[in-house]
Design a protein around this ligand. Structure first.
Ligand code: AMP
Length: 145
């Protein structure tokens, strides 16, 4: 049975176009709705509350830049506004949550080669695979960097 609602999670980094293009291609082949999600990680999470500072202005700026980049990507892929999603939290939690609330039957993420500490810590993709209720496709996006 073809997929009906595909969610692609994008970190808005250099590999985003590769992952998003693959998702758009699969959505077209399956005649599925394409949803695009970017998750903003709160600075308080990133720095564990260690720095006693008010991050709200920086956080607002990050939010508006992320929105602009997400809209640019979605315009290029002709993704309707209702299918563009910005969430705040941890990507490995927010991606499966969005998939459930949007009744998505396939999640697409990027998969990077990992070494050393990064390998020990695990990737967003590992976290998504463990908590998703639907299929997960990891698109290989190895870069030199
Ligand atoms: P990483 O854990 O950094 O190797 O990321 C693997 C993949 O998880 C990325 O290619 C994206 O598909 C997804 N991902 C990571 N961070 C985010 C984020 N902040 N928002 C949405 N998707 C993300």
């Amino acid at each position: 049975m073809p997929y009906q609602n595909i969610l692609v999670a994008v970190d808005l980094g250099v590999t985003t176009d590769t992952v998003a293009d693959r998702a758009a291609q699969l959505a077209q082949q399956n005649r599925a709705q394409l949803h695009v999600l970017h998750v903003i990680e709160p600075l308080a999470i990133t720095y564990g509350g260690d720095i006693p500072m008010d991050f709200s202005a920086i956080q607002d700026e990050i939010h508006s830049q992320a929105k602009e980049q997400l809209n640019k990507l979605c315009d290029a892929l002709s993704v309707p506004s209702a299918n563009r999603h910005l969430a705040t939290g941890r990507p490995e939690t927010e991606i499966p949550t969005q998939a459930r609330s949007g009744n998505c039957d396939l999640i697409i993420v990027g998969s990077h080669a990992r070494w050393g500490l990064a390998l020990l810590l695990g990737s967003t993709t590992d976290g998504v695979m463990h908590s998703a209720d639907c299929d997960v496709l990891a698109v290989k996006v190895d870069t030199d960097g």
